[in-house]
Each structure stands twice: as structure tokens, then as C-alpha cells.
Design a protein around this ligand. Structure first.
Ligand code: HPA
Length: 280
């Protein structure tokens, strides 16, 4: 008999809390490609490798570590995912999104998702930060497919407001305070792992995408299913295919991520306590 997803998530949640040395995280942050520097701002951290957590899988991608970091961020206990697993690695949607269900069962109500993305809106340049206000799921799968367990959430969850507006406003406030330009836009999620063709990017622009990437949407859908509030932000690491003469490389994506990731880290670090207090 396969273990029910709810039991897997519960076992993992119990394990993580037992390792957390008394910390009770109030927010979870998922770090995208090259965006690991948020972790530097975490004090008194406890690290838990994914391969020690029941039912977790480990990222196979360069630039993605594989551990949870639990510690204090600006006075608030948080859990960071340093390294995410992607659908294109061959993992199932259930595996990709298990950590989000675990965070929910740990009592966390605030989820912050970060990613590296290609800019399809012309004003987005390498290094730009874009708060995600909505998404288009072009991954061809939905993480909630299959039997629904009502203990997580309803069969047909509403996705009118996946990304909490008050969180986006709080991010604008922080961005103004630290002198960072923060755009807003629609994120389109694709399966990957190949980058897009110029013709695909022309189509995506017509469909309303401002940025494109290969993650975030499954986690956001599962988070909303569990009733969590979501803030998501893209670090634009490259102009999307065909919009400039240059080709796209994962090294460039990581380099820009690391550079612009410093700004993103500062923004996230200052934002977390505001998101948590907006919830209570
Ligand atoms: N396309 C898809 N995913 C990405 C890109 C891109 O151009 N850049 C970083 N992640």
C-alpha cells in the first residue's frame, strides 16, 4: 500500500520540527537558481539536508543546494529551502510540492517563493526584480491532479488571488526604503528544461506573460490549496529568447542571479517580518 500523501507530509513535518531546536518558523522561503544569498542573513541556523528528511527528494541542478535552513531572520523564525526540486528533473508534481505541504502542516501560513526568470516584458532587464501578481500555468500539469485529501484543502480551490496583494504592497514599501526598483507582472510557468524559442516567446508575450520560468507555479497552487498566503518574486536573469541577439546560458542565469540576488536578499530579509505581522 502506498503511504498517503498526508501521512508522508505529517511525518516530514514532525521530523523537521523535532530538529529545529525549539524554533517554530512563521514563514517559509524557497530560494531559486543562484539566489542562495538570503541564507547568509539567517542567524543561529540549524541545517537539515533534504536526504535526512522523510520523503524529501534532492535537487540535481547546479546552483541548487539541498537543505533546509531554520533560523532567525530579522527577529522572526523562518525556514529556508536552499535548493528547490523542479518538475523538469523528472520528479512528480507531488514530489516537487511536498515541502510546501510540510510547511503548512508545521503551522506556517506565509510562503515566499523566489525564482530566476527570463524577461518577456521589454522593460525587464537582467537584474530587474518583479513581484508576481498572477500566473499562467503552461506546465501541462496541475499539482492537485489525483484524489483530493480534504485535510489539505478543497477539491476545486479558487485561484482568483494566488498572490496576496497586501504582500505585494509591503514589498513595494520595503523596495522604496532600500532604493530598489520593484516591478510587477505575470509569470508564465513552462515545463523546461530547454529554454524557449523566439517564436514561443512571441506567443507568450501575446498571451500576457511578463516573465517566464520553470518553477514556482506548482508550489503556489499547492500553497493556496492549503490556505497559505503567498508572495512570489522573480529575479530577471536574462532577456527572453529572441528579444536580443544573444543566447541564454544557465551560467549567465546563475551569475546574474548571484549579483541581483544580493538586492533580492535584502528585500526579502526586511520583508519577512512585515508579511508575518500582516497575517496575524
Ligand atoms: N526561460 C525559462 N526559464 C528561465 C529563463 C528563461 O529565459 N531564465 C531563467 N529561467
Amino acid at each position: 500500500m502506498p503511504i498517503p500523501l498526508y501521512d508522508k507530509a505529517s511525518e516530514a513535518a514532525r521530523y523537521v520540527l523535532a530538529q529545529a531546536q525549539g524554533r517554530v518558523p512563521r514563514a517559509a522561503v524557497v530560494l531559486g537558481s543562484g539566489l542562495g544569498s538570503v541564507a547568509d542573513a539567517i542567524n543561529d541556523a540549524v541545517e537539515i539536508p533534504y536526504n535526512e528528511i522523510p520523503h524529501f527528494v534532492t535537487s540535481t541542478v547546479q546552483g541548487h543546494d539541498g537543505k533546509l535552513i531554520i533560523g532567525s531572520c530579522d527577529g522572526v523564525d523562518v525556514v529556508l529551502m536552499k535548493g528547490r526540486v523542479h518538475f523538469y528533473e523528472g520528479y512528480s508534481m507531488e514530489e516537487v510540492t511536498l515541502p510546501v505541504r510540510v510547511f503548512s502542516l508545521m503551522g506556517i501560513q506565509t510562503l515566499v517563493l523566489t525564482n530566476a526568470a527570463g524577461g518577456t516584458a521589454l522593460h525587464l532587464k537582467p537584474g530587474s526584480l518583479m513581484a508576481i501578481t498572477d500566473h499562467i500555468n503552461m506546465m501541462g500539469e496541475n499539482p492537485l491532479q489525483g484524489p483530493n485529501d480534504e485535510r489539505f484543502g478543497p477539491r476545486f480551490p479558487d485561484l482568483t488571488a494566488v498572490y496576496t496583494r497586501a504582500y505585494v504592497e509591503a514589498a513595494h514599501e520595503v523596495a522604496r526604503e532600500i532604493g530598489v526598483v520593484l516591478s510587477e507582472g505575470v509569470y508564465m510557468a513552462l515545463r523546461g528544461p530547454s529554454y524557449e524559442t523566439p517564436a514561443e516567446i512571441r506567443m507568450m508575450r501575446k498571451l500576457g506573460a511578463d516573465a517566464v520560468g520553470m518553477s514556482t507555479v506548482p508550489e503556489a497552487i499547492v500553497a493556496r490549496h492549503c490556505g497559505m498566503s503567498v508572495f512570489a518574486i522573480s529575479c530577471i536573469t536574462n532577456v527572453a529568447a529572441g528579444l536580443t541577439a544573444s543566447e541564454i546560458s544557465h551560467n549567465e542565469v546563475m551569475e546574474v542571479g548571484e549579483r541581483a540576488g544580493k538586492q533580492l536578499a535584502e528585500l526579502i530579509v526586511r520583508l519577512i517580518s512585515r508579511l508575518v505581522s500582516a497575517n496575524s
